[in-house]
Design a binder for this molecule. Structure first.
Ligand SMILES: Nc1ncnc2c1ncn2[C@@H]1O[C@H](COP(=O)(O)OP(=O)(O)OP(=O)(O)O)[C@@H](O)[C@H]1O
Ligand SMILES: [Mg+2]
Length: 382
């Protein structure tokens, strides 16, 4: 790796203005699989690329791995530039400080657990003497709880054990960065949630910087320090899970992360305690944190999470309504989900979904009052 250029960023990945197109079209009609993607992966952190199918997650990961050559942009890894479109610099995959865990785990059935895990030490950048290999491999198999199975055929492992073997093998090459492309997507829901906890534990224990790809928002929220939300080859938002959920920057993010009621809105006015906007069902004071001030002519949506739609039945609600954030409605759908009741409330033709207490006595046809606390109303400019 002596031909790499050292830069100021130590031990993290820095992706700058990465573009990648497939096929031969050039010029104005050029279609980019990723189009100006920039983000940072701080050392030791777990960063997830999240977005719908075809948005460019795998392409980004493969560019980081050196398996695809970007059209332009820069990739800096552990302080060294591994790709620079401007300088035609492109470090080969095998010379990048990475290990990739593919979706299928890439475990060889004709090898034992030990031989599978030891593969990078026998053949990779970190080739070692025979004696060291066995000892080092056994150490790591022990750490992932697979030492007792070292001499088994890898086909005799369960799904979860195979994942741990794939991880052990990736970690043995002592990568600066671990790249994981939807490693849990082949598994059933129960095993998936168990393994994602385990995966995060390993990542923390080994402190390895990780870039994880998924289209599953629950997985992204549960696992990540930072989530990079992508859509159509571009980045929509980069934030920690909580902020992403509470302060989405666009209707796309609000809708993709969790579920959201999006009520078309216009005529924004800045007040001391928030942004007053008009909608077809009345005025909303949007007092959500980090709310930017748009122009008064701005159009967009008021975003309200279902769990923040308070529903009051006619008997419990007071007479008359406040000027804002309260309106009359009629329940048109009620779904009992065990721990909660999911209601659809019609307000003059606009439907709001509310996730309420399972014991609320609300049935289709009931008149209700809907309230949304200003801190839970967020205006998103279109
Ligand atoms: N080898 C290829 N040749 C041509 N087009 C490709 C190739 N690989 C990907 N693409 C296109 O690039 C875009 C991004 O694809 P990519 O595989 O990065 O998406 P993704 O976010 O990983 O999707 P998924 O969640 O389905 O895996 C898509 O439009 C896809 O059709
Ligand atoms: Mg993919």
């Amino acid at each position: 790796m002596s031909n790499m250029i050292r830069t100021e960023t130590e031990s993290s990945i820095s992706i700058r203005e990465l573009r990648k197109s497939y096929g031969r079209t050039r010029g104005a009609n050029q279609q980019f699989a990723i189009d100006g993607v920039s983000f940072e992966v701080p050392q030791g952190q777990f960063v997830t690329l999240l977005g719908p199918s075809g948005c460019g997650k795998t392409t980004t990961l493969r560019c980081i791995a050196g398996l695809e050559t970007p059209d332009s942009g820069q990739i800096v890894m552990a302080g060294s530039t591994v790709f620079d479109g401007g300088k035609s610099q492109n470090i080969r995959t095998e010379d990048r400080p990475i290990a990739m865990v593919p979706q299928s785990y890439g475990i060889w059935p004709h090898m034992t657990v030990l031989d599978n895990a030891a593969f990078p030490l026998r053949h990779g950048r970190h080739r070692k003497g025979q004696q060291n290999i066995k000892q080092r491999t056994m150490e790591i198999l022990d750490q992932v709880g697979l030492a007792p199975f070292a001499d088994r055929w890898s086909t005799q492992l369960s799904g979860g054990q195979q994942q741990r073997l794939a991880l052990a093998r990736a970690l043995l090459s002592e990568p600066e960065v671990l790249l994981l492309d939807e490693p849990l997507s082949n598994l059933d829901a129960k095993l998936r949630s168990k393994l994602r906890v385990e995966l995060r534990e390993f990542q923390e224990r080994f402190g390895v910087t990780s870039v994880y790809v998924t289209h599953d928002q629950a997985e992204a929220l549960a696992l990540s320090d930072i989530v990079v939300v992508m859509s159509n080859g571009r980045i929509e938002q980069i934030d920690p899970p909580e902020r992403l959920y509470q302060q989405p920057k666009s209707a796309f993010v609000a809708d993709f992360i969790g579920s959201a009621n999006l009520v078309p809105a216009r005529n924004t006015t800045r007040l001391s305690d928030g942004l007053l906007v008009r909608t077809d069902i009345g005025s909303f004071l949007c007092g959500s944190q980090g709310q930017e001030t748009p122009s008064s002519a701005s159009t967009g949506n008021v975003c309200i999470r279902p769990e923040n739609v308070e529903v009051h039945t006619a008997t419990s609600s007071r007479i008359g309504l406040a000027d804002q954030n309260e309106m009359f409605g009629r329940v048109i759908g009620a779904e009992f989900l065990g721990d909660r009741l999911e209601l659809v409330v019609d307000l003059d033709g606009t439907k709001l979904t509310a996730s309420t207490s399972a014991v609320l006595a609300a049935r289709p046809g009931d008149s209700v009052v809907v309230r949304v606390h200003p801190v839970h109303a967020r205006y998103l400019a279109a």
